[in-house]
Design a protein around this ligand. Sequence first.
Ligand code: GAP
Length: 441
Amino acid sequence: MSVSMEKIVSLCKRRGFIFQSSGIYGGINACYDYGPLGVELKNNVKAFWWKSMVYDNDNVVGLDAAILMHPKVWEASGHVAGFTDPLVDCKVCKQRFREDEIDPEKLKIRQCPKCGNKGSLTEARQFNLMFKTNMGPVEDSSSQIYLRPETAQGIYVNYKNVLETSRQKIPFGIAQIGKAFRNEITPGNFVFRTREFEQMEMQYFVKPGNDQEAFEEWKEKRKNWYRALGIRQENLRFHEHQGDELAHYAKAAFDIQYNYPIGWKELEGIHNRTDFDLTRHQEYSGKDLTYFDDVNRERFIPYIVETSAGVDRTLLTCLVDGYAEEELENETRTVLRLAPHVAPVKAAVFPLVKKDGMPEMARKIHQELKKLFNVFYDETGAVGRRYRRQDEAGTPFCITVDSQSLQDDTVTLRDRDSMEQERLPIAGLGHELEKKIRTGE
Ligand code: GAP
């Protein structure tokens, strides 16, 4: 990988993709705010996921469950007992670490990875990653609830509601996008691991015995989705979880990993959760969560195949994968090669110079195109500088009104990646661009 995380962080700050949360107060660790370009990119990623999961699959429907849930949900799910990381403290520098992230050689002699003191690390204790809060005015243990650490449970507790109202039959899926919170011991690497993040999860309910086939099908579908998102295939691979790596609910799990500047890391998890979750919720709630198959006249608790992606991590992947610095004649250009359909701004409109009626014509084009997608108007500075600004923002197309435009009602259309320009009539420009944005031509 050629791009460093520092370059991505710097571009994000400079261009208004991502800011440190509460920056004027010195920031709050591992929380980030998305600026004007960031929120567009994020919304586009989420909309593309929603389209691919819900609109493109007749048997997948959507849901938006509350973040705050009955605390028993997290007992049933196993999170109260088992959603923990082993935490060790350094008695000298007071730094905290996840035990499983410390170099085994250093761990043997209890050497602190930060200050280097030997024998300074405490024994590990299990640290629960769920954020606790209180519901209502009384702050005692009976009012304690959690900020959800995954969106999945909101789907499980609604599975019967959805089944009964959407007329779906097994196999069918429920998709959801929403915030999740984890009090991570070692957050970091920008938005890769944060304490507040967003997930895009789909839970697919199948007949026991058909789970392996569904698992394989979704594994492939999800990897292909990243290709359609514009991510280079050579930077994606599967990683199979084995032994201790498997979560408490999973029979089988594969990560889709991406080759980040920090190495190959998980981008999305695909899990065969068996009937673990519904069985537990049936037990803890006392409600019947079985499914009746009226063709075969049999009753069972469905198995669940889950696809679980992080919005923030996907966005980071788009930025890392798209970032390039290119040597031109007298300068280096930074360009974000985002797929046109996820790019924050689809096109920028410029008058070549700020006179002779060019700004008026350019503004008119801008007004028309705005009806179709997100367009930016810019008339300040040399046109070359304006192109560079859009390259950095990932804008796939720039439209320039020049003196010829005034005579023949055509404009130049510049392509971000090839930097080639073609001349197109203004009439039908929106339609042409829509085609290019959709197919990524
Ligand atoms: N429901 C299953 C589940 O939550 P996970 O592997 O713990 O599985 C799924 O999380 C995805 O959520 C990850 O692949 C990652 O993209 C995202 N994710 C998890 N923890 C995160 C964090 N602290 N910061 C950012 N994204 C995170």
